[in-house]
Design a protein around this ligand. Structure first.
Ligand SMILES: Cc1ncc(COP(=O)(O)O)c(C=O)c1O
Length: 389
């Protein structure tokens, strides 16, 4: 048999995750307690009303037919939600539901890119960004996110000949893995460049409801000129703890969304209708539900960041997302080796920064997926292990 693997796929491997997984399994098999802070799935529950809307809709046989597109009630709710939540009127935009931003971002390159186009991606960055670019056969130019720049892009450092070939840039704040938040000025600069060089901005807004210290997130589409040059992926997954339901949206510039819809119409028959009803209920929830959850995340952030500092690990506070981005403690340089050692000595699992790109080396990412008391216990275990010198 010829190799079943396309050259496109040969780029992907299980790599260091497989090695860490193997180690985790060995520890579990030997009876060790594991504290898994590597996964990005919230441990909070979806709201009762969301589960009820979903399960009621599951009892109607009509809802098992191909959805094909968004039901009118979902379109109405999403439009009104963007106004209530972000003060953005999307009546002059187009939008489409996607099976999660992951799926949407993974496919958008197919709709927008030709071979030879350049896609600008953050390093470190969320891995699906690369997939979208590879599928579109684009060349990737990584723009570094550095601590000294508050993890914001330095647009002036990107060469003009790269801008000229750029088809789209992905921006994503609050940002996974680095836990940084954006300024409006950064988006204003990006929009001016997009207009000058004719490229598209894709904003990934997955963590709008996990932001700390009284900061408020915003929609990219609320910035002047954004709708002329870009779109936003808005995810319901983390705000409403429905990561498994797979529904998010791409919204913004009509031409871009039209191209994306044309692509999607070739392979996608729409989001399962009960999931659409669940999404309507989620967007209808009182804001206090999300605010309470945000406060809980902040308690977790505080327990981890202050806790690690109290044991001599100099970790800055994350400003947003459900992740904390930590420079390796003194004396360590290799994030994979450090994660391995941490797991071996303490049973605590985190993600090596190098998994998110070259500039992620020297860091690890912890996910805030345990209650504060449990996080305090984990910090004590790390402290007692002597791994932080
Ligand atoms: C930055 C970022 N974008 C997108 C996603 C995917 O979100 P969704 O559940 O909508 O596919 C994630 C999930 O962890 C993420 O961290």
């Amino acid at each position: 048999m010829k190799s079943p693997i396309s050259t496109r796929l040969s780029h992907y491997g299980t790599g260091i995750f497989a090695a860490l997984d193997e180690k985790k399994q060995t520890l579990i098999n030997s009876g060790r307690t594991i504290y898994n802070l590597s996964i990005g799935t919230p441990d909070f529950k979806p709201h009762e009303s969301v589960m009820k809307a979903f399960s009621d809709a599951c009892l109607d046989p009509e809802n098992y037919k191909y959805a094909l597109t968004e039901i009118p009630e979902l379109c109405k709710e999403f439009t009104s939600y963007y106004m209530r939540r972000f003060g953005v009127d999307i009546s002059d935009c187009d939008f489409t539901a996607v099976h999660g931003s992951q799926e949407g971002i993974g496919h958008i390159g197919l709709a927008l890119c030709n071979k030879g186009d350049v896609v600008l991606l953050p390093d470190p960055g969320y891995p699906i960004f690369e997939v979208g670019a590879y599928f579109g056969e684009a060349d990737i130019y990584y723009y570094p996110l550095l601590e000294k720049n508050n993890y914001l892009p330095d647009f002036k450092a990107i060469p003009e000949d790269i801008y000229k070939k750029t088809k789209f840039i992905i921006l994503s704040y609050p940002s996974n893995p680095v836990g940084a938040v954006a300024t409006r000025e950064m988006y204003i600069e990006a929009i001016a460049l997009a207009k000058k060089y004719g490229f598209i901005i894709i904003n990934d807004n997955a963590y709008s409801d996990i932001i700390y210290d009284g900061n408020e997130s915003f929609s990219f589409l609320s910035i002047d000129g954004a709708k002329e040059v870009g779109i936003e992926f808005y995810s319901l997954s983390k705000s409403f703890n429905i990561t498994g339901s797979r529904i998010s949206f791409a919204v913004g510039n009509k031409e871009v969304i039209e191209a994306f819809k044309l692509l999607r119409s070739q392979y996608d028959f729409g989001v399962f209708k009960p999931v659409q009803y669940g999404a309507i209920a989620a967007m209808n929830l009182d804001r206090s539900v999300v605010e309470e959850q945000k406060a809980e995340y902040q308690k977790r952030r505080d327990a981890l960041c202050s806790g690690l500092r109290s044991i001599g690990w100099n970790v800055p506070d994350a400003k947003g997302t459900m992740f904390v981005w930590c420079p390796l403690p003194e004396g360590y340089a290799d994030s994979f080796e450090f994660c391995n050692l941490l797991m071996e000595k303490t049973g605590v699992i985190c993600t090596p920064g190098a998994a998110f790109g070259k500039n992620g080396e020297g860091y690890v990412r912890f996910a805030l997926v345990k209650e504060p008391q449990e996080i305090e216990k984990i910090v004590k275990i790390i402290g007692d292990s002597g791994i932080v010198k």
